[in-house]
Design a protein around this ligand. Structure first.
Ligand SMILES: Nc1nc2c(c(=O)[nH]1)N[C@H]1C(S)=C(S)[C@@H](COP(=O)(O)OP(=O)(O)OC[C@H]3O[C@@H](n4cnc5c(=O)[nH]c(N)nc54)[C@H](O)[C@@H]3O)O[C@H]1N2
Ligand SMILES: Nc1nc2c(c(=O)[nH]1)N[C@H]1C(S)=C(S)[C@@H](COP(=O)(O)OP(=O)(O)OC[C@H]3O[C@@H](n4cnc5c(=O)[nH]c(N)nc54)[C@H](O)[C@@H]3O)O[C@H]1N2
Ligand SMILES: [Mo]
Length: 756
């Protein structure tokens, strides 16, 4: 049947379904973690490696961007952090012999899970034009090939330099410097598909695209609203922070179409009491329809405005702009429209309002459930309006908390990985390095795909990540990549992007976080920035997976010298030899990094400045925090259709599939499942266990199909469905993106379910 993994792929997609769970972590998580880790690393390496995660002299967990607590627990890792580590520290190896046995045509038929399970990449590999097999090449030859193709371009803007979010600050800084000396701002990154909407909304309203709370603020909050986020799976260490916040008296409102186990109850594996009973986290669950959040916050704002004394008038007078226009619009919010958009009852919204009014200090946390919608940017702006109304920004226990994904995605942006760099940043680069950086904007992810599709971009270079699988409209994206002259991937593990290539292709294997990085001046460390703007060192301890690996900074430095030649006055050799020399330059170019080397040597690192958080100063165009007023939007749902969100299972890290279970949701041994509300399933005549094709319908009239999904009756909000990414990326039209941020709309795809 279509949709089953190809013959020879040992993975059988045969989902088994049990009831969803109502608590996260606890004993089963520990057993599960150790089993998975030991399969990859063996017993001794498992013990040695996991003890080093997020310790002060250890490496930064390559899992998520959640910050480290001040007093680190002996085992400051979580189940999914341990899986991320095991995936990297695995003892399995992909050698040149592997590529002899598996031509590209064979790799292209394998599942992402199978590709990842083959182990760590060990040598640079080259796919020549017309060839079907990668062959081992030297690093010199690999750099020559990249230089040949870059030299042949008629403009530097025909090259695209993508970054995923695990790249260290040092590597990211060198990479953007190289791209800009080469002559382009074509620096798309995974953020374009992730928190771009948060950045767009926050820069405009508070003047900085980053969250305004620190860990201790969570502990001081009266109310924490967690909207559009599944921390039990994607940021498990956040559950300990929420538990601590609750112990200090905080209440939690969860806004989600799905009842996620982690937000229901958390069994802290680090306390005996936690293991037994656990803590109920959510006080009020708002089971919202997909895309209903803007309407919800708009109505809450109206209700706050109508409550005597609820608005922080002094804060609004002194620190904000645009209040009157916002208030006029918000007062027009309509109960009926809100109830339709959200699927909530009046009672639930009233209860939420009572909790909001009772709270002196409120924090809103969010992730992909808010950012990946067409109206994501106005939705997040409405969250900002909500916080501004009661002065909940720039004081302890209050603020905006967009929870980032990849462990250094925020740092990569800070380092200048951005297709639309600020003029001040380019000025600083120009002054420090003595070249004229390009000033016109570059391509983001969606625009890069279009440029490749249309033959306007010819070289794709990926610093980490899995561009082909992570991007929307899989068929379009794959065809676009195949049109390139050259595709290059700096990677730790094999993935689909190595199998869907340009005319020529290179795989450049690199060190992971866990590994020792030895350069001319001795052992190096790198730095990262977490979701709350804390910068700290990360030092790997393991022997590298192969003697042929180069670090990311070394790859960029050597490539830059080869491509730019002696004309480049940048000391690339010095940078490679001693990463402290890179940090000195970061200190000279990027505000907040003064004395970088000295400050990062302090245990735990340092916190970057954040004007709204630190001094209630808002560096926006108006010099104030901006209220905004936009029309309320929510997705339209034609009759007989469902609104599909594409999300993560518990056993995956983005396109890296660790296993085939989604334990908290009761799914085992398969990923091609679609979760449907039982009432919707009944009216559509879809029995639990029946098979359907997912067919997306969009205004371009193109029919996009993901075949062979098992229907699972599941308590999601009415009218909504859910299925895993990246299997469903084929359904997301390239042109279906968020206004302003251009992020693919991954959380609201209109689909019909066609019975098999
Ligand atoms: N183990 C693990 N950890 C990860 C990752 C991983 O894949 N695996 N990925 C990392 C990355 S890059 C990121 S960006 C983060 C992602 O972290 P999340 O954003 O938690 O990831 P998703 O699985 O996309 O989950 C989206 C959540 O939002 C809800 N939701 C969807 N649509 C809506 C909506 O319209 N309104 C509301 N209120 N809720 C909605 C969904 O039901 C789900 O609970 O996690 C990071 N951490
Ligand atoms: N439909 C749908 N699509 C989505 C999303 C969604 O929710 N729904 N989420 C979006 C989001 S939030 C994101 S962030 C993107 C993720 O997009 P990406 O960041 O591009 O994808 P990943 O799957 O995280 O990349 C995994 C690969 O990174 C490589 N890698 C791992 N560690 C390292 C390292 O240390 N160095 C280097 N050089 N390489 C390394 C490995 O080879 C691995 O195969 O996907 C987006 N796509
Ligand atoms: Mo992400």
């Amino acid at each position: 049947m279509a949709g089953k993994p190809p013959a020879g792929d040992p993975v059988q997609d045969a989902p088994e379904v049990a009831a969803p769970q109502h608590a996260a972590a606890g004993l089963p998580a520990i057993g599960h973690t150790l089993r998975m880790a030991q399969q990859q690393m063996g017993v001794k390496r498992t013990a040695l490696t996991l003890l080093r995660v997020n310790q002060k002299d250890g490496f930064d967990c390559p899992g998520c961007a959640w910050p480290e607590p001040e007093h680190r627990h002996k085992a400051e890792f979580c189940e999914n952090g341990a899986k991320a580590v095991a995936e990297e520290a695995t003892l399995r190896r992909v050698t040149p012999d592997f590529f002899t046995a598996h031509p590209v045509s064979d790799l292209a038929r394998r599942s992402g899970y199978w590709l990842g399970q083959q182990g760590r990449l060990t040598q640079p590999m080259y796919l020549a034009e017309g060839a079907d097999r990668y062959e081992a090449v030297t690093w010199e030859r690999a750099f020559d090939i990249v230089a040949e193709e870059l030299d042949a371009l008629s403009s530097p803007d025909e090259a695209v330099f993508y970054t995923s979010g695990r790249t260290s600050n040092e590597a990211a800084f060198l990479y953007q410097l190289f791209a800009r000396e080469f002559g382009t701002n074509n620096l798309p990154d995974c953020s374009n598909m992730c928190h771009e909407s948060s950045g767009s909304a926050l820069v405009e309203t508070i003047g900085i695209g980053k969250g305004s709370v620190l860990l201790e603020d969570l502990y001081k909050a009266d109310l924490i609203i967690v909207a559009g986020q599944n921390p039990g799976t994607n940021h498990p260490r956040m559950l300990s922070a929420l538990e601590k916040a609750k112990a200090g008296g905080a209440k939690i409102i969860t806004v989600n179409p799905l009842p996620e186990a982690g937000m229901e109850r958390f069994k802290n594996p680090q306390t005996p009491q936690g293991m037994l009973k656990g803590t109920a986290l959510t006080d009020l669950f708002l089971q919202i329809r997909l895309g209903g959040d803007q309407a919800l916050f708009r109505l809450l704002n109206k209700l706050i405005l109508e409550t005597q004394g609820a608005v922080d008038e002094q804060f609004i007078r002194e620190h904000t702009h645009g209040y009157e226009e916002f208030a006029t619009t918000a007062r027009e919010a309509d109960w009926d429209e809100t109830l339709t958009a959200t699927g909530l009852t009046r009672e639930k919204i009233d209860e939420a309002l009572r909790m909001i009014l009772a709270s002196e200090r409120t924090i809103v946390c969010w992730a992909m459930g808010l950012t990946q919608h067409k109206h994501a940017v106005p939705t997040i702006r409405e969250v900002v309006n909500f916080l501004l109304l009661r002065g909940n920004i720039g004081r302890p226990g209050a603020g905006v908390c967009p929870v980032r994904g990849h462990s250094n995605v925020q740092g990569d942006r800070t380092m200048g990985i951005f297709e639309r760099p600020a003029p001040a940043f380019l000025d600083a680069l120009e002054k420090e390095f003595g070249f004229a950086p390009p000033r016109h904007h570059g391509l983001d992810v969606v625009r890069a795909i279009r440029a490749l599709r249309d033959g306007e971009a010819k070289v794709f270079f990926g610093m980490g990540g899995n561009f082909v699988a992570a991007s929307p409209d899989t068929e379009v994206t794959e065809a676009a990549m195949r049109r390139a002259r050259l595709t290059v991937h700096v990677s730790t593990k094999l993935n689909r992007s190595h199998a869907v290539t340009g005319a020529r292709a290179l795989i450049l294997p690199t060190l992971g976080r866990t590994e020792k990085d030895l350069q001319g001046s001795g052992e190096q460390f790198v730095t990262v920035e977490d979701s709350m703007g804390m910068v700290h060192a990360s030092r790997g301890r393991l022997q590298p997976a192969s003697p042929h690996l180069l670090s990311e900074p070394a790859i960029v430095a050597r490539l830059a010298r080869r491509v730019l030649g002696e004309n480049s006055r940048t000391p690339w050799e010095e940078f490679q030899k001693d990463y402290a020399s890179i940090r000195d330059r970061i200190a000279a170019v990027i505000p907040g990094f003064e004395d970088f080397n000295a400050r990062v040597a302090e245990p735990g690192g340092f916190t970057l400045p954040h004007a709204p958080r630190d001094e209630r100063r808002f560096p926006t165009a108006t010099g104030k925090a901006n209220f905004t007023a936009a029309p309320v939007e929510h997705p339209e749902l034609p009759a007989g259709r469902l609104l599909l969100q594409t999300l993560r299972s518990h056993d995956q890290y983005n396109t890296t599939i660790y296993g085939l279970d989604d334990r908290y949701r009761g799914i085992k041994n398969g990923r091609r499942v679609v979760l449907v509300n039982p009432d919707d399933a009944a009216s559509l005549g879809l029995a639990d266990g029946s098979y359907v094709d997912l067919v997306s319908e969009w205004k371009d009239g193109v029919e996009r199909r993901a075949p062979g999904f098992r229907v699972v009756h599941y308590p999601t909000a009415a009218g909504c469905a859910a299925a895993y990414y990246p299997e469903t990326n084929v359904l997301i039209p390239l042109d279906s993106t968020a206004d302003t941020s251009n992020t693919p709309v991954s959380k609201a795809v209109v689909v019909r379910l066609e019975p098999k």
